[in-house]
Design a protein around this ligand. Structure first.
Ligand code: FMN
Length: 253
């Protein structure tokens, strides 16, 4: 299900995720510095050497770029309030840079650390970083979302009652998802809470669950792509604080 078009969106450069452009500029500068001494040689020698120099240049750009992206992820750790303010639903392309397993574990642990009604812990998680499984997802997620992400976390729930006839499964997995989204931002990655898209009438979630061998007693309810953003996040227009939050009583009209 595609989201209904809401308020106009703008690009937001305020958070690290919005600093991709300056990162790219830095990255190009670094490559120039490395290759500068070799230019006079290439110009003096023949065309084949120049072509080879071009090839090396692109390899260098790739290697330097990857390192800069990794350093950027490490350097931009933030506290929880910053992460809350910076988190946005990222719907752009991701860089082709793997997410280390230890980061995926940190993100999943943040999800599992969330509160749950009567501590029933109804939420379970499956991280996917195997390109073959991601490829299978791409075949069933139609229209495609998060298809360039090098990893994803699938959220499973068990709709069991926590107390008498009260089932808190939705609240449980929502708390887990929000914790994970914040951990994702804190670690320098981006994501988006894709629930409507996969749980709509065409039941993409069931096809994804089948790919992951999820037993019938669990439901796959949410898909979180994880990766380093290729572009800036969009800033959805949010209502002003005063329109939605008050002190001591509901405002009198
Ligand atoms: C329960 C829930 C389901 C969502 N499902 C989708 C979805 O299916 N597709 C999508 O593009 N975004 C989805 N989103 C993300 C919302 O579009 C996004 O949170 C909203 O536009 C506000 O933007 P923000 O997250 O950047 O603050 C979902 C968010 C929530 C909380």
């Amino acid at each position: 299900m595609n989201e209904a078009p809401g308020a106009p969106q703008s690009r937001g450069p305020a958070c690290p995720a919005g600093q991709v452009k300056s990162r790219l500029a830095h990255h190009k500068r670094a490559v120039m510095m490395i290759e500068l001494p070799f230019f006079p040689f290439c110009a003096m020698i023949n065309t084949r050497t120049s072509l080879r120099a071009c090839l090396y240049r692109w390899m260098l750009i790739g290697l330097v770029g990857r390192q800069i992206d990794r350093d950027f992820v490490k350097e931009n750790a933030m506290n929880v309030i910053e992460a809350i303010h910076c988190r946005r639903s990222y719907k752009g392309k991701y860089k082709d840079i793997p997410v280390p397993k230890e980061d995926l574990i940190k993100i999943m642990q943040a999800g599992l650390d969330a509160p749950s009604g009567c501590n029933m812990q109804t939420t379970s998680l499956i991280a996917v970083d195997d390109p073959k499984i991601l490829e299978k997802f791409h075949l069933v997620i139609e229209p495609p979302v998060g298809e360039t992400a090098p990893a994803a976390i699938c959220v499973l729930t068990q709709r069991i009652n926590a107390y008498r006839d009260k089932c808190f499964a939705v609240q449980d997995y929502s708390a887990a998802i929000q914790n994970m989204l914040l951990a994702i931002v804190e670690l320098g990655y981006q994501s988006c809470w894709y629930e409507g898209h996969i749980t709509d009438d065409d039941k993409i979630c069931d096809k994804m669950a089948q790919i992951l061998n999820v037993p019938d007693s669990y439901e796959l309810v949410c898909y979180l792509p994880v990766g380093i953003a290729e572009s800036d996040s969009m800033q959805p227009k949010k209502k002003a604080f005063e329109e939605r939050a008050w002190f001591n009583s509901f405002p009198q009209v």
